[in-house]
Design a protein around this ligand. Structure first.
Ligand code: HEC
Length: 123
């Protein structure tokens, strides 16, 4: 019985560990995923607009870089040191990649259709 109990505890632990994977922790105020460089992004990217512009977007590293350049050229976004910019791009490219590159399952493969015999005729 003792063994069964520890097995059950072990299974419970395993299943909660499994559900924790893939469910990121997000910052309550900004909605940004909490990960490495999160603080840098929060400080530099939520001063002018809501973080929703980020959390609802998804882009490649190049795309994020272009977005930053556009804001620097037209929206008075300040210049970052190369280190800060790298930290920001690392974070964005990892956590806000284009939707089809994160967590998207492979398309189903349809092996072949079968005819459904219902007995009723449509014609
Ligand atoms: C100096 C102010 C300012 C800062 C700081 C700022 N932005 Fe912006 N950003 C803007 C403005 C202005 C817009 C246009 C908003 C609109 O159209 O309503 C914008 C738009 C955006 C958009 C939507 C348009 C697009 O290019 O897709 C995204 C995404 C974005 N910002 C991300 C960021 C990120 C990431 C950072 C941090 C590196 C950042 N912003 C920091 C001013 C700023």
């Amino acid at each position: 019985m003792k063994h069964l109990q520890s097995l059950a505890v072990c299974l419970l632990w395993l299943s909660s560990a499994a559900t924790a994977v893939g469910r990121e922790e997000t910052d309550a105020r900004t909605g940004l995923i909490i990960d490495q460089n999160f603080e840098t992004v929060k400080q530099n990217c939520t001063a002018c607009h809501s973080a929703k512009l980020i959390t609802q977007a998804g882009a490649t590293r190049k795309g994020w870089e272009a977005s930053i350049r556009w804001m620097q050229e037209t929206q008075n976004l300040w210049q970052f040191s190369p280190k800060t910019e790298k930290a920001i791009l690392d974070y964005l490219a990892k956590n806000y990649a284009p939707p089809h590159t994160v967590g998207r399952r492979a398309p189903l493969v349809v092996e072949g259709w079968y005819r459904l015999h219902t007995g009723a005729s449509h014609r």
